[in-house]
Design a protein around this ligand. Sequence first.
Ligand SMILES: Cc1cc2nc3c(=O)[nH]c(=O)nc-3n(C[C@H](O)[C@H](O)[C@H](O)COP(=O)(O)OP(=O)(O)OC[C@H]3O[C@@H](n4cnc5c(N)ncnc54)[C@H](O)[C@@H]3O)c2cc1C
Length: 468
Amino acid sequence: MALAGTDLATGLRALVGDAAVLDDADSRERYGRDETERGGGPDAPFFPPQVVVLPERVDQVAAVLRFASAQRIPVTPRGAGTGLSGGALPVYGGIALGLERLGRIRSIDARNLVVEAEAGVITADLQRAVEAQGLFYPPDPASRDSCQLGGNLAEDSAGPRSCKYGTTRAWVLGLEAVLASGEVIHTGGKNRKDVAGYNLTQLLVGSEGTLAVITAATLRLTSLPAATLTMILPFPALAAAARAVETICAEHDPAACEILEAAAIDAVGRLMPLPPMLRASAALLLIELHGEHRDRLLERAELLAAAAAAAGAGEAMVAYDAAEERRLWAIRRRVGEAVKYLSTYKEADAVVPRAALADLVLAARAAADRHGLQAICYGHAGDGNLHINLLRGDLDAAAWHARRDAAEGELFEAVAALAGKITGEHGVGWTQRRYLPLSVDPPTLALMKSVKAAFDPMGILNPGKIFP
Ligand SMILES: Cc1cc2nc3c(=O)[nH]c(=O)nc-3n(C[C@H](O)[C@H](O)[C@H](O)COP(=O)(O)OP(=O)(O)OC[C@H]3O[C@@H](n4cnc5c(N)ncnc54)[C@H](O)[C@@H]3O)c2cc1C
């Protein structure tokens, strides 16, 4: 029998101290929301926990989980709450377990090119710390100035640079984590190779806080690229841009290859001035190249622009200095903000095999049109991963929810028909769970459920997530 609010807070205070346990209305309100429906205000998903616990040490995390197991109280791990699939929402109440105070970079080991850091470290802080030593941690979610490593690991987050460097998963060598029982486990380590037993590290990455609470990670590093080059290619037709992505990725090894379709260009154009050539385009590709010498990159950019021109692209805009590079990237990075400025929106995060990218945009537009919604598409073209923003406009809550769900359902059916998946980086979480069977067949789904039961037999860790 689960404890009521005050008893629960009292029990937890005895374990981790008064300062680590919050049960006031403001804290419960704050930890009851995330970024799932951006700009959603009072209609956005809201599930307040009974109590918020903010441990500072791994032994405190373990004590909380031992207690929750004994009392059968749901525990929802939480990073910065920037998630877009409702993963951090305590849908069954109980304990919101915020990892933000586990914020130490334990060591930067330049000899082995690894960093050990706790779950609550902000991603951009980790990047700055290693870059100060000439080292590079590539995963770059657009939320990196606020999201935390634990959230990145739980979601296998990615960003533009995953085109060349892979997602968070590719950079994890080992984890420290706490099981639902309160036991602390250590997977992997600093070794580049490790086949000693099952690869639990990679099982926990992307498990969305349903298998264990990640408290720290050993992450691989590489050298900072000596030179970078950013360019934008305007296209008169979406299909031409999508086809060019195939050639660019096959022949030019871009670090990033991002796409904005016309509606996204238009939205950004309302926030910042854009050259007429870009405004008039049906699609833009933003490319970043990494290498040893700037001159070599300029040569590569010329070849790339020529190949793109053969595919229909207009004149390339190449950034000639760091300020110009930032300006070009702002066109891509400000799309989310630009859409939020237009309307509340729900972001679908579909991924398809790269060659089906144009079909994905067309399917998204068709699904939105059928239900009278505007769709704005942009994202990680090099990974075949698009963010499809469905806009609420001035619809009331009932009409918005009905149309959004219908359009999203049809979109995900189309994604499955293109051999894609319902999510590439934002996770299944709470909002996408009913669609999981479109991406995972029944025997595989049954196996996933038995893995969950093996880790968390009482089902206290982040219940209500991933599974339909
Ligand atoms: C403006 C904006 C831009 C974004 N851009 C990107 C992007 O480019 N790429 C991308 O991939 N995502 C992006 N996101 C989504 C989001 O930022 C990522 O999913 C991020 O990794 C979530 O981290 P967080 O710390 O906020 O986690 P939260 O939102 O707090 O939690 C996310 C999930 O992780 C679990 N979790 C959190 N910490 C732990 C832990 N220590 N142990 C176990 N489970 C844990 C939670 O239970 C939940 O299921 C964006 C979001 C916003 C608002």
